[in-house]
Write a protein that binds this ligand. Structure first.
Ligand SMILES: NCc1[nH]cc(CCC(=O)O)c1CC(=O)O
Length: 311
């Protein structure tokens, strides 16, 4: 293994992406002091201002360009938020996820400048979110709130809040933490209040499948329990063939004693219909547990609910 190798990291230039890459760069430099770690910057279609996004819903909006750069050798690795990575296929042909570093807080958070909690928000409060997952759950639990479309990077959404375009936001706690904006959080929502997306708060270190040296360099940055969780979660996404705008939520919990728990949900956009499946196992592989949960959801009619939502 050549630990003096130049490692070019392809990354979006949004603040969240740059923060993630800074963390991975520092971990790589700690582990391989003689390596040259460089940034190869990209502007992903998903990062454009809301008006210019042209109804981008596809997961590829955030990850496609960098994967192409990886395959053509423009960079050696990429850092992805797994919640933005499509589940089908599990890996873009020619690429692999060589490591998943330890997961951060998987919960969503409410941002309300007045410091109110979700249950304290008065009727008609305009909550900015465009994710079907968040809309469905809020519509079901807090039908008196007004849900207003809000897209773009977390920084753009915070700017819209400051400009008074919305009264509150729901954003991932881990993302806010990464960009140093966690002080805006008025309430971290429990997973019972707001089920997180599959892959929440997990990073994926991706490289070419035919670059065994890079795979070996990245492997020690991975966390075993996080890898078990993301494997189970992505098995669900893979079988359900969900996309970025899918009404799917869920999370796995891996325990040190070998147990793995997995819960997943599929909704209608109004939240009126909710399918839930959960299983705990101490013998199934993460993949098999994920398939088990996905099959239960499909038996209950998940396919129709997912296909009813346009990409
Ligand atoms: N869709 C953008 C995106 N991709 C990953 C995160 C949060 C961090 C993560 O879950 O890794 C966010 C922002 C958000 O949904 O609030």
């Amino acid at each position: 293994m050549d630990t003096t190798r130049t490692i070019r990291i392809g990354a979006r230039t949004s603040p969240m992406s740059l923060a993630q890459v800074a963390q991975v760069t520092s971990d790589l430099r700690d582990r391989y002091p003689d390596a040259q770690v460089e940034l190869v910057p990209f502007t992903a279609a998903g990062d454009l201002e809301p008006g210019r996004q042209a109804e981008l819903h596809d997961k590829g909006a955030f990850t496609g360009e960098i994967e192409q750069a990886l395959l053509t050798g423009v960079c050696d690795m990429a850092v992805h938020c797994m919640k933005d990575v499509a589940g089908f296929p599990l890996n873009v042909p020619g690429t692999v996820f060589a490591a998943h570093p330890a997961r951060a807080d998987i919960r969503d958070a409410l941002i309300h400048p007045g410091g109110l909690t979700l249950d304290q928000l008065p009727p008609g409060t305009r909550v900015g979110t465009s994710a079907v997952r968040r809309i469905a759950q809020l519509a079901a639990s807090h039908p008196h709130l007004e849900l207003v479309p809000s897209r773009g990077t977390a920084n753009l959404r915070l700017a819209a809040l400051k400009a008074g375009k919305v009264d509150a936001l729901v954003l991932a706690a881990s993302g806010l933490e990464r960009i140093g904006e966690q002080h805006h959080i008025s309430e971290v929502l429990s997973v019972e209040q707001m089920c997180p997306p599959l892959g929440a708060a997990v990073l994926g270190l991706q490289c070419r499948a035919d670059d065994p040296e890079m795979i070996a360099l990245l492997a020690p940055l991975g966390d075993r329990l996080t890898t078990r969780e993301i494997t189970a979660e992505r098995a669900v996404l893979n079988l359900l063939r969900g996309h970025c705008n899918s009404p799917i939520a869920g999370y796995a919990r891996a325990f040190k004693d070998g147990r793995l728990a997995l819960r997943a949900m599929v909704f209608t956009p109004d939240g009126a219909t909710v399918l839930t499946a959960s299983r705990t196992s101490d013998h199934l592989t993460p993949q098999a547990l994920g398939e088990d949960v996905a099959e239960a959801l499909i038996r209950d009619g998940a396919r129709d609910l997912i296909d009813a939502i346009a990409r």
